[in-house]
Design a protein around this ligand. Structure first.
Ligand code: C2E
Ligand code: CA
Ligand code: CA
Ligand code: CA
Length: 276
């Protein structure tokens, strides 16, 4: 048993070395990747439950590394934060997403993810202002997604910035709701317009009565605060049916309707699903 433990620990350390070297390699290549167009955006629709139309699409960054293949954003976004590169990525995301959105058929919004670091690392208000001006996009069609952790870590600066953006008509979504801090006091202190309930609340709803009730109550909380409530991670029809029958959720996002799609495909999907 003792030697088993040793073997396991050697395997464990070998894995840590691989992870370490993999991350070092990614860090070395990420700056170039951004400059040389290896980053792209995928867009995932948010569907209004009442009309079954796409009301918004979330921009999700993809990195196709020429030698290592697709790298997950959950891997490279934290590296970009460590390297101080996240603000440049955010600037590129805002610019690309607004420009794409302005070409979609009809009136569909676009949502971009903002990192906690962006509150300090850049003049986000100016960056957004320039992108809106260049794309000609109505500010009401831009949504900013921030997490609980980000707004709590940077409370004062987040409040100032989000209030300024909201005053321009930009929508502010609280992302991954329920996974961060349990204090709810910031919910009404900040100008949120939308609450995105994390997919961990949705995963079991078709098979577990308590999960269903939990989602129902979280959604009610959002509605009571006059927020648009979104359920993330809806993968199956069974989950969708629970959302439809049990909750006050207004929009759903998840693989059941669509995976994140390349720019060309999302424009086509919007054209098809939102056709009159
Ligand atoms: P997020 O903001 O919560 O984005 C939603 C994530 O859930 C996406 O993963 C999406 O592909 C995934 N997802 C959507 N529907 C389903 C579903 O039905 N089932 C499951 N299992 N997953 C679903 P993705 O694209 O891998 O992104 C992961 C995270 O990386 C994002 O979570 C966000 O926190 C971060 N991220 C991605 N792009 C950016 C970016 O441009 N900037 C920043 N700051 N963060 C980003
Ligand atoms: Ca998000
Ligand atoms: Ca989310
Ligand atoms: Ca997430």
């Amino acid at each position: 048993a003792k030697s088993d433990g040793k073997a396991r620990s050697q395997i464990f350390h070998a894995q840590m070395d691989i992870d370490y070297h993999y991350r070092q390699r990614l860090k070395a290549d990420l700056r170039e990747a951004l400059r040389h167009g290896q980053l792209t955006l995928a867009f995932q629709p948010l569907v209004d439950i009442g009309t079954r139309r796409i009301v918004s699409c979330e921009a999700l960054t993809r990195w196709n590394h020429p030698e290592l293949g697709l790298v997950a954003p959950s891997t490279f976004i934290p590296l970009a934060e460590e390297m101080g590169l996240i603000s440049e990525i955010t600037e590129w995301v805002v610019s690309t997403a607004t420009s794409q959105c302005s070409q979609w058929p009809g009136v569909v919004s676009v949502a971009v993810n903002i990192s906690a670091r962006d509150f300090r690392g850049m003049d986000l208000e100016a960056v957004i202002g320039r992108s809106l001006a260049r794309s000609g996009l109505d500010p009401a069609r831009l949504e900013i997604e921030v997490t609980e952790t980000a707004v709590i870590e940077e409370h004062e600066i987040a409040k100032r910035l989000l209030t300024a953006l909201a005053a321009k008509g930009i929508a502010i979504a609280l992302d991954d709701f329920g996974t961060g801090y349990s204090s709810l006091s910031y919910l009404h202190a900040l100008p949120f317009t939308k609450l995105k309930i994390d997919r961990s609340f949705v995963a079991d709803i078709a098979s577990n009565e308590k999960s269903k009730r939990l989602l129902t109550n979280v959604a009610r909380l959002g509605r009571d605060l006059d927020l648009i409530v979104v359920a993330e991670g809806v993968e199956t029809e069974a989950q969708l049916n629970v959302v439809l029958e049990q909750t006050q959720v207004q929009q759903v996002q998840g693989y059941f309707f669509s995976r994140p799609l390349p720019a060309r495909d999302i424009a086509e999907l919007i054209g098809r699903l939102n056709a009159p």
